[in-house]
Design a protein around this ligand. Sequence first.
Ligand code: SF4
Ligand code: SF4
Length: 339
Amino acid sequence: MKAKIIKKKDILDRLINGYEVFAPVERDGLILFETIGSGSEALLGYQSSKMPPKGILFPQSETLFSYSSTKDTANIGVPPGLEKPRLIFGIRPCDAMSFRLLDKVFDGECKDPYYINRRATTVVVSVGCTTSRASCFCTAVGGGPFSAEGSDLLLIDIGDEYVVQIVSDKGARLLEERGFEDAGEDKLALVPEVIKAAEASMEPGVEIYGLKEKLDNRFDDPIWQQLTEKCLGCGVCTYLCPTCYCFDIVDEVVGSGGERIRIWDSCQFPLFTLQASGVNPRPTVRERFRQRIMHKFSYFVDVYDQIGCVGCGRCVTECPVNLDIRQVLNSIAQLEVVK
Ligand code: SF4
Ligand code: SF4
């Protein structure tokens, strides 16, 4: 492992110059990712943020372009690029892994320049989880409390210091510029124990093996009625999910000009699939909830060969009726494969 070492109290002040830095902060009792001006503002020992940091790369609302016209002219204005490169400090490995999934969507066959530009100018520094919440299940979906996927640097807590694992060239360049010291053998020797203890503390949570095959021929299965009985269709699970990326595009028109705006949307809302004819192919909560599960655990796997969930547990802790996705998945896992 290529790694450097840094004192916890120094790290942000060594990294912050030249970047717009987003870090976990507490605002009105909520932990959120916001811009900070000095290292002392960041919370180092949090467990999970209320909102996922995906909004830094894929904002909840953004202007794609503005337009105006007169009788003789028409103008299109594209928003300016970022003034400074960005650094996201202290995200959890599950949230960093969600960026990899968003990369597949926004930088795959279809290219989204807004996302791609932000991603290219952002350094992601994640912090491994030495403790987990009861709702976490990252290990069941291919992640782990010290997974480096989606990060440029991964911080491993060894007491007063972090071992800084170099994951990408972008991360290596940053450490080189800031003159971090190499981690010695004595420090590196502490890392496997920290990782082992964190992994051992996690509940197995979910049975994922063979799940896709069980979902594949169950589109019209009566189990969806049972599983969705208490869902309110509020959409909280999708808004707080780091891997959900559905959006709507609206024109806000003022006179002969206006702005085209992209806003997050949710497959849990009836309007999401309501057609102009008045037909809605997902008329009830049953079809909308089924879509959420099928998309993440079957369709996403078909298209990207990966599960569309990182096991962050936000939908588990925040659902107002305690509809636990792990119980849903485990109920499906107990079914036979339908041929
Ligand atoms: S948060 Fe719970 S109640 Fe709301 S849409 Fe999701 S599963 Fe249904
Ligand atoms: S489905 Fe739930 S557990 Fe999975 S990534 Fe989304 S919010 Fe996290």
